[in-house]
Design a protein around this ligand. Structure first.
Ligand code: ARG
Length: 444
């Protein structure tokens, strides 16, 4: 029973929040004259001493005492006697754990945001550096149209910005105070939940005591936000793996983020990227795990909910690692610009530019232009020519009105420079967006 029941092995992670919550609770009890000022003072002092014991590794956690709440409370009574036994007045572990857990997630969101900002800033800085660098843009992993490497990097800045937004959003919703809901029904003591809310930095008390002790949607929301972010990171990681594979050779990772092989001396394996790609399994697994735990639970508190913590702790630890690894890889990577540019022009990647020219200069309907371009591409393909090397006369056999001007749009650089529509890949746009992001992020 002790082994299945105890959570101290993992919920000791909540010790700071537990002490913080208890100090606020005691403060409120004294203010409301539910306990004496003297008792409050010795509770406060006792908890601070326990804090020091835990910090210095002297605290002895006991599995027999089940969880962090009982461990700290028992030690408090041991240290200060009677007063310690009054702390739990008008409180239950049910509202206590919900409070601790909200505080823990809130603090971790506050620590994750700067890490996300850092990765966004790293991406934007590299994007500015590579604002003109051509690379093939893909659809279906087939060469589609040239894009700039900077533009590609900034796509991830945008995704991370939404990930950050989701966490900020979740933080706003979770920042309500469950303390004072007691076991499930509230309490007959004249508590002041506005005061504990204020002391703990919550926006307001939760409105319904049953809801306060029995929902974990705040943890699910947090895990959802982490899951979506980890999917973004795994896509970035997958692209890094592809880009640095030798047939592609678009980029080179630094030695710091690659490993050698024990048998093949030439290898530089992108292990960090592969692991970021894989770690999404743990994070989305944590979300699925907790969703499954919560499904169908009757109100109010049930012990199933003790299974919420490990998922959240593990996912947090993992996303921190992934963010750090991605920031490091992006900061250090080197683009093989000549090779990227070569492939940017391969696969008739400026065919759309050709079709667009036919529409703009000859006023052909786009569908007709698409058809004409198809014929030119097919000629180029059978004669093993790049589009810009198809002779004018051949093009005119397909569409007599084509003139020499057409060659001005068939190169990669002109294609890139022309994509100036809002959000497009033109170097001019990329420089502008990168600078906006750098400006926003550099001081936060
Ligand atoms: N360790 C428990 C948890 O994490 C604390 C709440 C226990 N409450 C109870 N009524 N048994 O959920």
């Amino acid at each position: 029973m002790e082994q299945i029941n105890a959570s101290i092995g993992f919920d000791k992670n909540l010790w700071k929040q537990d002490i913080q919550g208890s100090i606020a609770h005691a403060e409120m009890l004294a203010k409301q004259k539910i306990i004496s000022e003297a008792d409050k003072n010795s509770i406060h002092q006792g908890l601070r001493e326990i804090e020091r014991e835990i910090q210095s590794g002297q605290f002895e956690f006991s599995r027999a005492l089940e969880d962090i709440h009982m461990n700290i409370e028992a030690r408090l009574a041991e240290r200060i006697g009677e007063a310690g036994k009054r702390l739990h007045t008008a409180r239950s572990r049910n509202d206590q754990v919900a409070t601790d857990f909200r505080l823990w997630i809130r603090q971790n969101i506050d620590e994750l945001i700067p890490m996300i900002n850092h990765l966004m800033l790293t991406l934007a800085s590299r994007a500015l550096e590579y604002a003109e660098t051509a690379m093939p843009g893909f659809t279906h992993l087939q060469s589609a149209q040239p894009v700039t490497f900077g533009h590609h990097l900034l796509a991830y800045t945008e995704m991370l910005n939404r990930d950050r937004g989701r966490l900020i959003d979740a933080r706003r919703r979770l920042n309500e105070n469950p303390l004072g809901a007691a076991a499930l029904a509230g309490t007959s003591f004249p508590i002041d939940r506005q005061l504990t809310s204020k002391l703990l930095g919550f926006d307001r008390p939760m409105a319904n005591s049953l809801d306060a002790v029995s929902d974990r949607d705040f943890a699910l929301e947090y895990l959802s936000a982490l899951s979506i972010m980890s999917i973004h990171l795994s896509r970035m990681a997958e692209e890094i793996v592809i880009w640095c594979s030798s047939p592609f050779s678009f980029i080179q990772l630094s030695d710091a983020y690659t490993t050698g092989s024990s048998i093949m001396p030439q290898k530089r394996n992108p292990d960090a990227a592969e692991l970021v790609r894989a770690k999404v399994g743990r994070i989305s697994g944590a979300l699925t795990g907790l969703l499954t735990v919560m499904k169908g639970l009757p109100l109010a508190y049930v012990k199933d909910m003790q299974e919420d913590k490990e998922q959240v702790f593990a996912a947090t630890e993992t996303i921190i690692l992934c963010l750090a690894a991605c920031s490091g890889m992006i900061a250090d990577l080197k683009a093989n610009q000549d090779n990227m540019a070569y492939w940017a022009g391969s696969g008739f990647s400026t065919a759309t530019d050709l079709a667009d020219w036919l529409v703009k200069e000859l006023e052909l309907p786009f569908r007709t232009a698409h058809h004409v371009t198809g014929k030119i591409v097919s000629y180029a393909e059978t004669h093993n020519l790049a589009l810009e090397n198809v002779p004018l006369q051949k093009m005119q056999e397909i569409e007599p009105l084509i003139n020499n001007d057409i060659y001005s749009v068939l190169g990669v650089q002109s294609s890139l420079a022309s994509r100036t529509s809002e959000g497009g890949t033109a170097p001019k746009n990329v420089r502008k967006s990168a600078k906006i992001w750098i400006d926003k992020l550099k001081d936060i």
